[in-house]
Design a protein around this ligand. Structure first.
Ligand SMILES: Cc1cc2nc3c(=O)[nH]c(=O)nc-3n(C[C@H](O)[C@H](O)[C@H](O)COP(=O)(O)OP(=O)(O)OC[C@H]3O[C@@H](n4cnc5c(N)ncnc54)[C@H](O)[C@@H]3O)c2cc1C
Ligand code: FES
Length: 277
C-alpha cells in the first residue's frame, strides 16, 4: 500500500495528489507518468508526474475529475493509502537546448507541463509559457510556471487576461510576437493538443504532444494505448507518451478514446448512486 501525503483541490474540478513514493521520486524525469489505482476494486489510471521531491520521497500529480477513478481519487485524504502506484513509466521528454520553446498547457496539462518547462529552462532555452483556462478562477500554479518562464501568457475566455481566444489562435499570435520559435510542447486534453499541432503545422514548428489514450498495464503488454504516428503503430506507454503532433493520427485517437464511453458513464452513475444514495 502507498500512502497519500496530500490531496488538495487547486481549482474547481482539478486536484493535486502528493504520494509517498521515494523509489519513484528518485528516478523521475520530466514527461513521465505513474499508474495509480484509487482502491482495490478500482481501475489503474495513468497520471503525469507534475513534480517530485527526492528528499521528502514524494511524487505529485494533478488530475481533473472526469469519471469514476478520478472522483474516487478526489475523496482521498492525507494518511489514506492506495493499493497500486507504479512508475516512473514512459519515455522522458526530449530536453535539449533548442533556442526558444513555447510550452502550451491547459487543464491538468498546466501542471503536467511544469517539469518540462523547468528542465527546458535549465537546459538554457528561452521558455515562453502559454496557459489556457476557461476563466481566471481556473488558473493554478501561475507562480511556479512564471518562475521557470521568460515570457508568460494566459488565454482565458473571460476578460481577466490579455488573450480571450482559444489556445491555438493565441499560440499563433504568440509565435508571431516572439518570432524565432524553435519548438512547441503542448499538454492537456486531446482537443487542445490537436488544435495546437494544427496551428503550428503550416509554420513548420516542431510540436511535441503528450498523448493520453486509454491505458491498462502501462508497460506495452496489453495494446490498449495503441496510436498511429507517421503511419506506424506505437504504444503510447512505452514509445511515448510524447510524440510529434504533426505525425499523430488524431482521428483514430479521438475514436479510440470514446471506445468505452457508455461503460464509463454507467460506472460513474453506479458509483454516485452508492456514494450519495
Ligand atoms: C500518459 C497519460 C498521462 C495522463 N496524465 C493525466 C494527468 O496528469 N492528469 C489528468 O487529470 N489526467 C491524465 N490523464 C488522463 C487520465 O488518465 C484519465 O482522465 C483517467 O484515466 C480517467 O479515469 P476516470 O475513471 O476518472 O474517467 P473515465 O470513466 O475513464 O472517463 C470519463 C469520461 O471522461 C473522458 N475523459 C477521460 N480522460 C479525459 C481527459 N484527460 N480529459 C477530458 N476528458 C477525459 C472520457 O472520454 C470519458 O468520456 C493521462 C492519461 C495518459 C494516458
Ligand atoms: S497500456 Fe497496455 S500497451 Fe500501453
Amino acid at each position: 500500500m502507498v500512502k497519500i501525503l496530500r490531496r488538495e483541490r487547486l481549482v474547481p474540478n482539478i486536484h493535486l495528489l502528493e504520494v509517498e513514493a521515494p523509489e519513484v521520486a528518485r528516478k523521475c524525469r520530466p514527461g513521465q507518468f505513474v499508474i495509480i489505482m484509487p482502491d482495490e476494486r478500482g481501475e489503474r489510471i495513468p497520471l503525469t508526474i507534475a513534480d517530485w521531491d527526492v528528499k521528502k520521497g514524494s511524487v505529485t500529480s494533478v488530475f481533473m475529475i472526469v469519471g469514476t477513478s478520478t472522483h474516487k481519487l478526489s475523496l482521498l485524504n492525507a494518511g489514506d493509502e492506495v493499493p497500486v502506484f507504479v512508475g516512473p513509466l514512459g519515455k522522458p521528454s526530449e530536453i535539449e537546448k533548442y533556442g526558444t520553446v513555447v510550452c502550451a498547457g491547459g487543464c491538468f496539462g498546466i501542471a503536467a507541463i511544469y517539469p518540462i518547462a523547468r528542465a527546458l529552462k535549465e537546459a538554457g532555452n528561452k521558455v515562453v509559457t502559454l496557459l489556457d483556462v476557461k476563466a481566471n478562477y481556473l488558473l493554478y500554479w501561475e507562480d511556479k510556471l512564471k518562475a521557470v518562464s521568460d515570457e508568460f501568457y494566459v488565454s482565458a475566455r473571460d476578460s481577466f487576461f490579455d488573450c480571450k481566444d482559444y489556445i491555438p489562435k493565441t499560440l499563433k499570435s504568440v509565435v508571431k510576437k516572439e518570432s524565432g520559435i524553435n519548438r512547441v510542447v503542448s499538454i492537456g486534453c486531446t482537443y487542445l493538443m490537436y488544435t495546437c499541432s494544427e496551428a503550428t503545422k503550416s509554420l513548420g514548428i516542431k510540436t511535441m504532444v503528450s498523448l493520453n489514450p486509454i491505458m491498462v498495464d502501462g508497460t506495452g503488454m496489453c495494446g490498449a494505448c495503441r496510436v498511429t504516428v507517421d503511419g506506424k503503430t506505437k504504444f503510447a506507454c512505452v514509445d511515448g507518451p510524447d510524440f510529434d503532433g504533426h505525425l499523430v493520427d488524431w482521428e483514430e485517437l479521438f475514436t479510440r478514446r470514446k471506445a468505452y464511453f457508455e461503460d464509463e458513464v454507467q460506472s460513474l452513475c453506479h458509483w454516485e448512486r452508492n456514494q450519495f444514495p
